[in-house]
Design a protein around this ligand. Structure first.
Ligand code: ADP
Ligand code: MG
Length: 218
């Protein structure tokens, strides 16, 4: 395997897509062949599965089905796109991967963590990222950014009952991401994403350049 597999993790609104695009541009400037992709999705089949997972009509979906649909989407994505790209020596930048399943389905929904990890491992044939940038922001900040992205004119500090519930759920997910980072210090870099876009990008780029140098010297 000659390529490098880099994932961006963290809650919605933490700035994953913003930073991933910037890093992709920097890599391309240096002449690297970059594949930018995302989960769930990344292939025609995975995108169909994504639309089932995210369709608000499917409110009756049980946790088991959700876990397995994410895994099915990932299996197709890994084997059809990511592994061939890595074999061809490309740098793959992926918006979310297995850590998201563990954070949202295990820490968020309460599905058994070993189960989620094992299902993910089967789906990905054991593929794991070389480097993961874990974008960390306080829950209120990510919710506020999402409101802004959705075009809301103003964010009210007073959260309603549903938003409160969301805050608890999102707090569990954030704690899950912290635990994953603590469990995998060899792979995961925690990024303080509650800062200026350019400063965050500079930190990520510094680490990424080092990763490239290590990769070349192996
Ligand atoms: N460091 C930052 N500071 C302020 N706003 C940001 C920052 N990074 C991203 N944003 C804005 O927050 C919103 C969510 O960013 P995005 O990159 O789409 O996050 P994600 O992909 O993690 O959901 C966007 O409107 C984006 O412009
Ligand atoms: Mg995004």
């Amino acid at each position: 395997m000659n390529g490098i597999f880099i994932t961006f993790e963290g809650p919605d609104g933490s700035g994953k897509t913003t930073q991933l695009k910037k890093i992709a541009q920097e890599l391309q400037k240096l002449g690297h062949d970059v594949l930018v992709t995302r989960e769930p999705g990344g292939t025609a089949i995975s995108d169909k599965i994504r639309s089932i997972i995210l369709d608000p009509v499917n409110g009756e979906m049980v946790d088991q089905a959700e876990v397995l649909l994410y895994a099915a989407s990932r299996a197709q994505h890994v084997h059809e796109r990511i592994l061939p790209a890595l074999k061809a020596g490309r740098i793959v930048l992926c918006d979310r991967f297995i850590d998201a399943s563990v954070a949202y389905q295990s820490y968020g929904l309460g599905v058994d963590i070993e189960m989620v990890k094992n299902i993910s491992k089967y789906a990905s044939s054991g593929l794991q990222a070389t480097r993961t940038y874990m974008m960390d922001v306080p829950v209120e900040v990510s919710l506020e950014r999402l409101n802004q992205r959705a075009g809301a004119t103003e964010f009210t500090q007073q959260l309603d009952r549903i938003e409160q519930k969301n805050v608890e759920y999102h707090s569990r997910v954030r704690a899950g991401f912290h635990q994953i980072a603590a469990d995998h210090p060899e792979r995961v870099i925690m990024i303080d994403a509650n800062r200026d876009v350019e400063r965050i990008a500079a930190d990520i780029w510094q680490d990424c350049k080092q990763l490239l140098e290590e990769h070349i010297s192996v």
